[in-house]
Design a protein around this ligand. Structure first.
Ligand code: CMP
Length: 151
């Protein structure tokens, strides 16, 4: 089953939106398989955002993501990467569809509340960057067949 990495960024934590974001993903039918609350070291932020190194917003991005605690999570489900990104909305909240988290709770790209992996390959590398294998919990959710079952 596909897994994806999700971060509630410092603005989401400071604004008390962890529960709202988690609830939307849970209600979508995604299964939480790992979670941790942490202050991100600069070294981890730099590894996570290495692809953005050299971009005009890079230094600000590192400052933002290390400024206060974040909630890091792994969700699992069929097409989890696509489902989570759809629930989050486009990176720029002003371009995100109504009903998405970024549309409903944010208005600036510099304070866009969440990060979510953009491909299954990147999900795998982000999950292994943020979590040890032993922190991923393999469990069966009671309503699984009714939420993601095949016919
Ligand atoms: P995220 O999905 O975490 O991936 C990279 C992050 O960089 C993005 O969300 C935004 O937080 C940030 N970002 C991308 N483009 C810009 C921009 N033009 N200005 C400021 N921050 C940006």
């Amino acid at each position: 089953m596909e897994k994806t990495f999700v971060l509630v960024k410092p603005d989401g934590v400071q604004r008390g939106l962890i529960g709202e974001i988690l609830a939307r993903l849970e209600k979508r039918g995604l299964k939480l398989v790992a979670a941790k609350f942490l202050q991100v070291p600069v070294s981890l932020a730099e590894k996570h955002y290495t692809v953005h190194q050299g971009k005009p917003f890079y230094d600000g991005l590192i400052k933002y993501i290390t400024a206060a605690p974040v909630m890091a999570m792994v969700f699992e489900g069929p097409f989890a990467v696509q489902a989570v990104r759809q629930t989050m909305g486009l990176t720029d909240p002003l371009k995100a569809e109504p009903g998405t988290i970024r549309h409903d709770f944010a208005s600036r790209i510099s304070r866009n509340l969440t990060h979510a992996s953009d491909s299954p390959e990147n999900a795998e590398s982000e999950i292994s960057l943020w979590f040890d294998g032993s922190e991923i919990v393999n469990w069966i959710k009671a309503d699984e067949d009714w939420v993601i079952g095949d016919n």
